[in-house]
Design a protein around this ligand. Sequence first.
Ligand code: FE
Length: 338
Amino acid sequence: MKRIFSILIIIVYTIISFSAYSASEVNVYSYRQPILIDPFFEEFTKSTGIEVNVLHAKKGLLERLLSEGANTPADLVLTVDISRLKQFVEKDVLTPIESSVLQKNIPSHLRDSNNRWFALSKRARVVVASKERVATGAIERIEDLTNPKWKGKICTRPGSHAYNRSLLASIVAAHGETEAEEWAKGLVANLARKPEGNDRAQAKAIFEGVCDIAIMNTYYYGKMKFNEKNPEQKDWANAITLIFTNQNDRGNHINVAGGGVVKHSKNKDNAIALLEFLTTPKAQALYSSINYEYPVNPIMSLSDELASWGEFKEDKLPIEKLAELAPIAQKIIDRVGW
Ligand code: FE
């Protein structure tokens, strides 16, 4: 499998290398899955005539950019989670972009203050609870998860996963390090089992009665609810309700998927055009319809499906704060054994 993947990488890379210097093209390094991102590129090519070449990978793109240096064929990087966007910034592989379109289409808390990365979609990390075993209104704040009444009732994936680390960073931002550590300790004390699996595995555990409460990104709910390939996941989705937390105070924690223009890009104008396209209503609607993510562009209203999950207030903490506080969050995670 690994070998096939490497060969695929080489093939795609060769295609990119051949076409790297054409003016009507843009080369994208993407951590986002082809099934998710390719429809966007088709739309972009249709409306601009600019061809998009993509290198999809699960890891190693930053290392590749660093080793390619000024010779890189890459123009644009797309990834999920602010911590990964921040890594690209820290290694200085992205360039600042002045674009009035991006300024207008993306609220300021969802982009880098130095314009090196831009969020293109939002993802809400919520509490999910058993429809049958947790009463409506029993949990309203993320802080409620430390209540001793939930002892042995909560499942999560490991704390050091970027999603949980960002969530904890948002709690550090809200309450400070000491209180955030108390929260993490309280959460760990309430766990039904050692942290394991991904987000969907927690919904499965609720379905199976292993626990009653979990933490999950909402798009997984949509992916399970409509999963024809693995229809058993429909049952997992059906077993849970989504709880948008902190609706009467700071709002529910969100993270982002986004991108930035590569410093050594040879097709910078095309890369900016593609980034801008991804913030237009047409592309923004695709984020919801394909992957159940939330649009960043404030003129968008929610798709019917997302609206049915509930309108919610989001935590407007500048997303870059999450990356800044991630090292503190990680230390807490190590100390409490999450
Ligand atoms: Fe995910």
